[in-house]
Ligand binder design. Structure first.
Ligand SMILES: Cc1cc2nc3c(=O)[nH]c(=O)nc-3n(C[C@H](O)[C@H](O)[C@H](O)COP(=O)(O)OP(=O)(O)OC[C@H]3O[C@@H](n4cnc5c(N)ncnc54)[C@H](O)[C@@H]3O)c2cc1C
Length: 426
């Protein structure tokens, strides 16, 4: 059996981000095998994110915007991002950039193959590919199979699904200075629906129709909505579709285990790195990769990464409930949030980095009725009497018995009394 110190199962955003950070860390000499079923030679997605500091992928940022727009039927906002930038990286540039960096490392092997399963063990874990097995001290698994998520009555399982067209127009049609984060000028149909526009120039943009709901749409439904938005709302008649992007991101508060064996850790979507209520994951993946490397260096195992905050998970659960039952009412919530708060407070809240005071200030600008209504509905729908308070009282979940990390970093909530947390929330 071929043995490596590290195997990364799946060489997409999370797998390649971890590999790239590893070869740029004191662990750069470790033997690493990355297995992906694809060649990653297509531009299969784009990643956009806000940031106030350079990421490891600054060299391949495709476009960067200093302003964001939001619109609904009655208002339009142009938001200056101050010290933040909204940036976009194309999948193909990311794959090529990381593959080139890895190719310069003799200790790193890329294998194109389909992984059948991963087997945990006391001293090593094995990755099974057909008849062959590859072993490693640590296996990082990003092979997410939605069918493996066993739904339960306590959590919500929505999908953030979208289809986008990159178009070229005959006339100038876009302001390349500002990306449109959310344009709600489309019938909501009891769901949260919006358009997202990344303008690359005055005549070229990625325009996406995005929906939070339980079920995806047919190709025709996405296409109809895009055509109507371009013609009726943006007034663009003459355009050519040069590329397409379609995707589904899980929007769920389902808990994704990180340590799934003595030697196996999940990363990326499979490791719950997608923020359930926004679908953003790219920056969270970078932070997670850095935390894994710190853990390996400090503790000799990868598991001592920060736990997710129960307070933010609870807020996500209530937001998902709103999207599920009062989807069309999210429109005023988002527009009010952006209209009444400084951008830094909003980004820190969405990045789960806000102080209790900042979060309280932000929540105070939102209509309370819907939150209370959704919180009550959530209790009934998910059969969890008084669960919000139970969740707030609860300490972080117990570690799996094997390879328990010695000193997992505690969430800030751990140090607070339940009434302090509850007071911050409501
Ligand atoms: C179309 C799209 C657009 C997105 N846009 C954004 C965005 O703008 N900003 C943002 O922050 N987030 C975005 N996301 C969310 C998130 O950042 C991405 O889904 C991200 O790619 C998740 O990283 P990952 O490594 O978990 O999954 P992936 O990047 O999908 O990587 C998983 C890898 O596993 C491989 N694989 C699967 N099965 C097997 C198998 N059996 N054997 C071997 N290999 C296998 C796949 O080929 C793939 O390369 C987007 C998601 C999608 C789907």
């Amino acid at each position: 059996m071929d043995h490596y110190e590290i195997i990364i199962a799946g060489g997409g955003a999370a797998g390649l981000s971890l590999a790239y950070q590893l070869i740029n860390s004191p662990l750069k000499e470790r033997s690493i095998l990355i297995i992906d079923k694809g060649a990653k030679s297509q531009n299969d997605r784009t990643w956009a994110f806000w940031t106030d500091e350079p990421t490891p992928f600054e060299a391949i940022v495709y476009r960067s915007w200093d302003q964001l727009q939001l619109a609904d039927d009655t208002s339009a906002q142009l938001i200056d991002l101050d010290r933040y930038r909204y940036q976009m990286i194309r999948g193909i540039d990311f794959y090529r950039f990381v593959h080139a960096a890895l190719a310069a490392c003799p200790n790193v092997t890329l294998l194109q193959a389909t992984i059948d399963r991963i087997e945990d063990g006391d001293d090593v874990a094995s990755v099974i590919v057909g008849e062959r097995a590859y072993s490693a001290d640590w296996v990082f698994d990003s092979v997410f199979r939605p069918a493996e998520v066993v739904e339960d009555e306590h959590h919500q399982y929505l999908q953030l699904h979208f289809k986008g067209w990159e178009i070229e127009t005959a006339e100038d049609a876009f302001s390349p200075e500002a990306a449109t984060l959310m344009d709600f000028r489309t019938p909501q149909e009891h769901e949260t629906r919006f358009f997202y526009v990344l303008p690359f120039s005055a005549r070229r943009a990625l325009v996406e129709f995005t929906v939070f709901s339980s079920d995806r749409f047919s190709h025709e439904e996405y296409a109809e909505a895009l055509k109507e938005y371009l013609a009726e709302t943006l007034g663009i008649a003459d355009y050519r579709i040069v590329d397409e992007e379609q995707g589904v991101i899980p929007a769920t508060d389902h808990p994704f285990a990180r340590q799934v064996g003595r030697r196996v850790m999940t990363i990326g979507t499979k490791g719950g790195r997608v923020k359930p209520t926004t679908g953003y994951a790219f920056i969270r993946i970078q932070q997670d990769s850095a935390a894994i490397i710190r853990s390996l260096l400090d503790h000799g195992h990868p598991f001592a990464v920060p736990e997710d905050s129960q307070r933010y998970r609870l807020l996500d659960a209530v937001m998902l409930e709103m999207m599920d039952h009062y989807g069309e009412e999210l429109k005023p919530i988002f527009t009010r949030m952006f209209a009444r708060n400084p951008i830094e407070r909003i980004f820190r809240f969405l990045d789960e980095e806000g102080t209790p005071l900042e979060n309280a200030q932000l929540i105070a600008t939102l209509p309370p009725r819907l939150f209370v209504q959704a919180a009550i509905q959530w209790q009934f729908d998910h059969n969890m009497p008084l669960r919000p308070f139970a969740a707030l009282l609860q300490k972080d979940e117990a570690e799996p018995p094997a390879a328990r990390p010695p000193d997992r970093q505690a969430d800030a909530d751990d140090n607070d009394e339940w009434w302090q947390i509850a007071a911050r929330m409501f």
